[in-house]
Design a protein. Sequence first.
Length: 269
Amino acid sequence: MKLDTSGLESSSVPIFEANTELLHTPSFDLPDATNFDEFLQNAVQMVKPAKGTTTLAFIFKDGVMVAADSRASMGGYISSQSVKKIIEINPYMLGTMAGGAADCQFWHRNLGIKCRLHELANKRRISVTGASKLLANILYSYRGMGLSVGTMIAGWDETGPGLYYVDSEGGRLKGMRFSVGSGSPYAYGVLDNGYRYDMSVAEAAELARRAIYHATFRDGASGGVASVYHVGANGWKKLSGDDVGELHYHYYPVTPTAVEQEMAEVSGA
């Protein structure tokens, strides 16, 4: 008996003869640029829409006051009026959000996880200094890759209140008061005029609320709700969340004007 091995013999006709184009590697023109890294950075900035926000924080005798608006924008388009720009990292620490919403939210969540792991490993809460340095080191390792983050880390630890500014280039600054975002110049004007270290909690909250309102009044990329948080020895607490449209009439009440002459309908004779 002879076995039929014809099926095992190689065919002279190529299997992909009809689709030979699939075997060729696709080619495309590379950009004509002497510095490709600079070209890539410019391209990223070109396609990224402009962003805007107003966040602020300052230290006073009873802790740290943190405030922010709630508007998210994509260029000239207002995409949301209810963004939570003050993120709770742990019960004694807050982070603010300015820049790309996704970048800030992800890295704040990531920082919260690392802070909790530090607490479990060392049996003590991480300091504000340590948390801000941890975030700065992470962002520095991603510099030049398109991240857009401008955040403040505010909290209370064993040494008292702490406030740091951290950005996506890995920069880290310690200070008594900061404002970040497109509306920050207007907020700084109100803060610098009314800030005192010996303010009460109520006075500090009113100053923060007024600074956010005036920034939203002048900056088109800021608006929505002005949220105010206080971080003290017992942790953070949200004090208020007011619509900036209603705050306008609180700071600039409408006064009724007397009518000089009222036109009355004359009845027919």
